[in-house]
Ligand binder design. Sequence first.
Ligand code: PLP
Length: 388
Amino acid sequence: MYDFDSPAPRAGSGAIKWDIRGSAFGNADALPFWVADSDYMSPPEVTEALADAAKRCVFGYTSPTQGYKNAVAEWIRARHGWEIDTGWIVPSTGIVSELSNIVRCFTKKGDKVLIQAPVYDPFAGVVKTAGRKLVKNMLIRGDGLRYTMNFEDLDHKLSEGVKLMILCSPHNPVGRVWREEEVMTVARLCQKHGVILVSDEIHWDIVMPGNSHFTAGRAGTPDNLIVLTAPSKTFNIAGLKCSNDIIPGKDLRERLVEWKGKRHMEGPNNLGVIACEAAYTHGAKWCDEQNEYLAGSAALVREAFASHLPQIGVAPLEGTYLMWLDISETGLDSRPLCEKLAKAGAILNDGWRYGDDGFVRLNIACPRAQLEAGLAVIVKVLGEVLGK
Ligand SMILES: Cc1ncc(COP(=O)(O)O)c(C=O)c1O
């Protein structure tokens, strides 16, 4: 069994989540449940591969090897049931910067780009800063806070000149793992309207028991599809700057590679490549155990609210390690509420940034003891606000 209970020594390491608590939230001692990375150690297989690389003392210019690409393809085949050609892999240095490249490469100023809100805030950011027009297809908040897609509205909006759609799958922050029919419908609608579908699947390995991720790669619409993947969330190596675009269509792939080449965009960091190959080669068991650990943590969160504060709704966590909490009964918006929480000792993300001020986001990828300590603060503060 791997160890998820021992905390990683992050404070003072430059970790954004830990080291800007004082400057960003006014409480340098608050427990952090915000930035989407993990507070336990990366898999030993990954750190050993990095240590071996350090011992070799060779750090010159490199590019991802065929062995690396085989490891990426094998992970995708074994985990996600998608047989890819290694020639479809376009290594990149991170998903957000790649999204920005993709938006700029395939659309022009003023073109419409569609996202489904609420959603991870940089989606809107990359569209707006590129001078493209943001179109929103709002998710439907269903019974028990399980979100679904509004396909009628999606069909209509895509028909009105949208050039590119960014799908978040699994979804940050609402926690959905989209079912096969949902992904197929999105892919078919994009194909029907000639829209490029960019599916951000960075969270695709983090799936709770009883759920199964269906990659857009299997939807049968390869010519207008870009799937963005990374080992960064799964194995807690976001700082190593390595991700992979999977682009089956020759035309889209060549256009993007040429676009980036002309702008002198470099490939991923060599140590990131080494970590990614080791993670995809040796990390399956660690990944499964992490999912079980996270499922146990999610159950703890649900129980804490059900028994102490049933007024706080908890969206079912199907995938990701990010829990979406309905705080609308408190009568406070998410930003002032998050300020109160930070002052009292727990830093969460306000829902406002994702497009819903009645929610906050809780990152549970940490040792159980840290989560328990944080929950005690959260339950106390929310209880006071609710007058309990
Ligand atoms: C949906 C989604 N995409 C992208 C990212 C960030 O990816 P990167 O660090 O590779 O830019 C995150 C991080 O939280 C995310 O949740």
